[in-house]
Design a protein around this ligand. Structure first.
Ligand code: FMN
Ligand code: 173
Length: 387
């Protein structure tokens, strides 16, 4: 029996158990992967201030996100093709999140459809929207998310055109996912994954097949995305989308203080400081490094959440202490899913919560709401002197 102690252990198992093309898809950053690497290494540059001889009983890591109670300030970020990491992956992840008490976000590019996930969960989840050129499709998917009872719309703004990930190109990753011979050969070495996939009919984009124009065409992820996604998305369109949706709206992919101000003035219920896990603009700063400038610009006007690079409870604590109101995780739960299905997602959440709680105690804090810069040792030049 392998003991799973940390997220990295789940990552190793994910790599072993899922087909190379899908593990690579999850583990990729765009181009040189500089931003992808910075996301994790920048967290490591921040250190923690130990405090002793303070009462550490009765601790709580619970909080709220857009008014909804959460077991810890962590939500599952939208991840496309989750259902290729493990059969029916979106349903498994949503169920694990629901049982744990944290929000789940379903991607537009999911394998299980909105209706599939709604049928297999009992609490509302959030829906992430990618704005397509086909307006009828967009209207329709918003209506479907409403009908399924989704309690927030997460509008992603940083991927109207796809940053190239070299591994996907080399592995021949297509949209929707189809198998080439080398990929089939690799899959024969992943028997549990194959059994899972043979046991489900959910193997294509569940929200899209039969809904979006041209979706039947088999092309690379890059060309397909660029054909489907609306390159004209701007603040005017965002306002019209909010009218159509009529509920809570979260803007994802903010990485600039001026954009954050614009989003706050717009009245976003939350913004997600994110570089898409290093998968889009290679060369952008890590989320944790840009966070202080965004906190300075809009703290208190809208909730500020952060994702990109969180791999431990210590990282969550650092993000909160740097001024984020909450966090999101992508790969940290995807590794769990690829390693052990629903139980692996639960395990990832348990690991993060335990790490967050213990680290908080060692910092002399009893409540995540009390975390702040006083808990951190940040190098003087951390934010950098960029001009
Ligand atoms: C495999 C993969 C697929 C993703 N798909 C989507 C998506 O469909 N929609 C979206 O808004 N973000 C997507 N993201 C970005 C995540 O929501 C999130 O911003 C990112 O994973 C955070 O970085 P982390 O993986 O280091 O936690 C994806 C990320 C990964 C790793
Ligand atoms: O891979 C991604 O990061 C992503 O968001 C995406 C983009 C196009 C299709 C599927 C997922």
């Amino acid at each position: 029996m392998t003991v799973i102690a940390c997220i990295d252990d789940l990552k190793r198992l994910h790599r072993k158990r899922a087909p190379k093309m899908f593990y690579d898809y999850a583990e990729s950053g765009s181009y040189t992967e500089q931003t992808f690497r910075d996301n994790t290494t920048d967290f490591q540059k921040i250190r923690l201030r130990q405090k002793v001889a303070v009462d550490m009983s009765n601790r709580s890591v619970a909080g709220t996100m857009i008014g909804q109670p959460v077991a810890m300030p962590v939500a599952l970020a939208p991840v496309g093709m989750t259902g290729m990491q493990s059969a029916d992956g979106e349903i498994k992840a949503a169920r694990a999140a629901e049982a744990f008490g944290v929000p789940f976000t379903l991607s537009t590019m999911s394998i299980c459809s909105i209706e599939d996930v709604a049928a297999h969960t009992s609490k509302p989840f959030w829906f992430q929207l990618y704005v397509m050129r086909d307006e009828e499709f967009v209207d329709n998917i918003i209506a479907r998310a409403k009908a399924a009872g989704c309690s927030a719309l997460v509008l992603t703004l940083d991927l109207q055109i796809l940053g190239q990930r070299h591994k996907d190109l080399k592995n021949g990753l297509t949209a929707p996912p189809r198998l080439t011979l080398p990929n089939i050969v690799n899959m024969t070495t992943k028997p549990a994954w194959c059994m899972g996939m043979l046991g489900t009919r959910r193997r294509s984009f569940g929200n899209i097949v039969g809904h979006a124009k041209g979706v039947g065409d088999l092309s690379s992820l890059t060309s397909w995305t660029n054909e489907q996604f609306d390159p004209q998305l701007d603040w005017g369109k965002i306002a019209r989308l909010r009218e159509k949706w009529g509920g809570k709206m979260i803007l994802k992919g903010i990485l600039d203080a001026d954009d954050a101000r614009r989003a706050a003035d717009f009245g976003a219920d939350a913004i997600i400081v994110s570089n898409h896990g290093g998968r889009q603009l290679d060369g952008a700063l890590s989320s944790i490094r840009i966070l202080p400038s965004i906190v300075a610009a809009v703290k208190g006007q809208t909730e500020i959440w952060l994702d990109s690079g969180i791999r431990s409870g210590q990282d969550i604590l650092k993000a909160l202490a740097m001024g984020a109101d909450a966090t999101m995780i992508g790969r940290s739960y995807i590794y769990g899913l690829g390693a052990m299905g629903q139980a692996g997602v639960t395990m990832a959440l348990e690991i993060l919560k335990k790490e967050l709680d213990i680290t908080m105690a060692l910092c002399g804090e009893r409540d995540v709401a009390a975390l702040g810069r006083h808990n951190l040792l940040v190098p003087k030049d951390f934010e950098g002197d960029w001009v």
